[in-house]
Design a protein around this ligand. Structure first.
Ligand SMILES: [Zn+2]
Length: 265
């Protein structure tokens, strides 16, 4: 009876703003009610609080105590936060850190059983859980970054050796172009010649293909021919002599720069 009186006073006055003390006082009584978590019900119909008379619309949360329906305020649970189901890790952690918690159940008419909608947990527990989960996310991001870095280093090493091989086969190819060809040819996931098994062995043929493609695009009018609608095979034929010429020059020792078109690239 004394408890009922104090709850009514809280419900009618400004008590909702100072729930902590009341909650702590009420806790032992509740934990004695049974094993496991408290249970709170998600209402399917309009109801009202048997303690303070507050209207509890459909979808409100209420607690049954001794056959009476109580709003969360009267049940001293209104300081808890509803954490909807769906994030298993967050739910597990928040539940672990929350001294007081409740399971939210809703009756499924179609399945004729109560189903868990989430849990009510203390604010600090939810914060700790969120921090822990964020830390996990950070750790995951950091690991991904490390993996990416390793990949980058591996690719960088590969690009360097590809460029070096170009230098061996085409000493006359300007260094900046060697790097451009190697980088282009090695682009991750590109499926271009640079990633083929043969190119990984840095076989001459693969390097020649990469250099040839570069020369065709950068040192001939090939792209312009394609843009004008000329058939690709025809365009290739048309520039083949020019491509061969540049490659032949590059096979020789480094000397004069390749004239002409490069400047505008
Ligand atoms: Zn109430």
């Amino acid at each position: 009876m004394a408890r009922k009186g104090s709850n009514r006073a809280r419900g009618q006055g400004a008590g909702a703003g100072t729930p902590t003390g009341a909650s702590a006082a009420a806790q032992p009584e509740r934990s004695g009610q049974g094993s496991g978590d408290l249970v709170v019900f998600w209402t399917l119909n309009d109801a009202s609080c048997d303690e303070c008379g507050a209207e509890l619309g459909r979808g409100s949360l209420l607690r049954l105590e001794g056959g009476r329906a109580l709003c969360l305020s009267c049940a001293d649970l209104d300081h808890l936060h509803f954490l909807p189901r769906g994030d298993a890790a967050l739910t597990r952690r928040a539940g672990k850190h929350s001294a007081l918690r409740a399971v939210v159940l809703r009756f499924s008419r179609s399945r004729k059983r109560y189903e868990r909608q989430g849990i009510l947990v203390e604010e600090q527990a939810l914060q700790r859980a969120e921090e822990a989960c964020l830390t996990d996310a950070d750790a995951r991001r950091a690991r991904q970054a490390r993996d990416a870095e390793r990949r980058t280093l591996r690719d960088a090493a590969y690009v360097a050796s590809f460029a070096e091989r170009i230098g061996e086969l085409f000493p006359g190819c300007p260094e900046s172009e060697r790097n451009a060809i190697a980088e282009h040819a090695c682009q991750v996931r590109s499926g271009r010649v640079g990633r083929s098994a043969a190119a990984k062995e840095l076989e001459a043929a693969a390097v020649e293909l990469a250099v040839g493609a570069h020369v065709r695009h950068r040192h001939t009018g090939y792209d312009r021919l394609l843009a004008s609608g000329i058939d690709r095979g025809e365009a290739r034929l048309e520039v083949a002599g020019m491509v061969d010429g540049v490659m032949e020059r590059w096979r020789g020792p480094a000397r004069e720069r390749v004239p002409g078109r490069r400047a505008k690239m």
